[in-house]
Write a protein that binds this ligand. Structure first.
Ligand SMILES: NC(=[NH2+])NCCC[C@H](N)C(=O)O
Ligand SMILES: [Mn+2]
Length: 321
């Protein structure tokens, strides 16, 4: 193992939270990545400082009280904690690489970025099988990992209302939208989706309403991964800074067995690697996140090994290696 001194000050933020997923085990994803790094004989986790955000996973034992926003009280606590940590790392002039369990805490990451850069226009690249734009009023499952982009864009999507959440749920939802400061942290029109292929009607509605681009897996193949990365960044041209969120379920269900909501027709490991390594080279990108590795659904830690390869390659690309 050869030690390489980091050029940029990278800080790893570990968020072992899994309360907002529909299946159990995503909190173990970060440790699965560490095991993968050892099996692949990498010194990755010795190279960077890392800090863990304390989780509230114990509330899972009590059962949920809000059917249209399961464990929303815990989600609120986690968003606040992640927001604080991400904001702190950015204010230290470091680059946060966030390794998280379920995708809901990406709302905390985005709020933290906005908190550190209140005057900058923030764009989001969301590489995911899902659009994660539901609200308690539209969710088919009540799982809040399907809602982070609605939380940070101050979206209720009442036009597509199908659920009637209780007033206690609505109160907590309104508090969630205020984490890191009042009002929207991003505009949905400043989101680019890549490989989102399992959307419900309320999300399709938002895509149309805000003119959101969703590059399909087929387009990635036809145009080439590099071209898609460049087009994505060009679409966010008016944004001052960019956050990249990589949900491992963006990869095809043949490889993404070890994740809670796998979907066919996704990216290959190689495509995901090229995409992330290319995107992170853009100086506008201020934070990168990987989520939803769930080793309890996997065999022989395959997903974490693939995901780790992408993590290491992406980090090296950031460092210019
Ligand atoms: N981050 C994720 N894996 N999200 C999956 C969301 C699935 C579905 N749209 C739901 O709301 O339940
Ligand atoms: Mn997701």
């Amino acid at each position: 193992m050869n030690k390489i001194l980091p050029l940029k000050d990278i800080r790893i933020i570990e968020v072992k939270s899994e309360i907002a997923a529909g299946t159990r085990g995503a909190s173990l994803g970060i440790d699965a990545l560490k095991i993968a790094s050892l099996d692949l004989e990498s010194d990755y986790f010795a190279r960077f400082d890392s800090e863990e955000v304390e989780n509230v996973n114990d509330i899972l034992f009590d059962g949920y009280a809000h059917p249209h926003a399961k464990f929303i009280d815990g989600v609120l606590t986690m968003e606040e904690r992640v927001c604080l940590q991400v904001s702190k790392v950015l204010k230290m002039n470091s680059f946060p690489i966030i390794l998280a369990g379920d995708h809901s805490t990406a709302a905390g990451s985005i709020s933290g970025i906005k908190n550190a850069h209140p005057d900058k226009k923030l764009g989001v690249v969301w590489i995911d099988a899902h659009a994660d734009m539901h609200t308690p009023y539209t969710t088919p499952s009540g799982n809040m990992h399907g809602m982070p982009l609605a939380m940070v864009s101050n979206t209720d999507n009442m036009e597509c209302k199908i659920n009637d959440p209780r007033s206690e749920t609505v109160d907590l939802w309104n508090q969630l939208k205020e984490v890191g400061g009042k009002g929207a942290k991003i505009n949905l029109s400043d989101v680019v989706l890549i490989s989102a292929r399992d959307l419900e009607q309320p999300e399709e509605f938002l895509l149309k309403k805000h003119n959101i681009t969703n590059f399909t897996t087929q387009q990635v193949r036809e145009k080439g991964v590099e071209a898609i990365a460049d087009e994505t960044l060009a679409l966010l041209d008016e944004c001052d800074i960019v956050y990249v969120s990589f949900d491992v379920d963006s990869m095809d269900s043949k490889i993404s067995v070890g994740t809670g909501t796998p979907v066919p027709n996704g990216l290959s490991v190689e495509e995901a690697k090229i995409l992330n390594t290319r995107l992170i080279k853009d100086p506008k990108v201020v934070a990168w996140e990987m989520v939803e590795v769930n080793p309890t659904l996997d065999t022989e830690n395959k997903m974490a090994e693939n995901a780790f390869e992408i993590l290491e390659a992406t980090t090296n690309s950031l460092l210019g290696e």
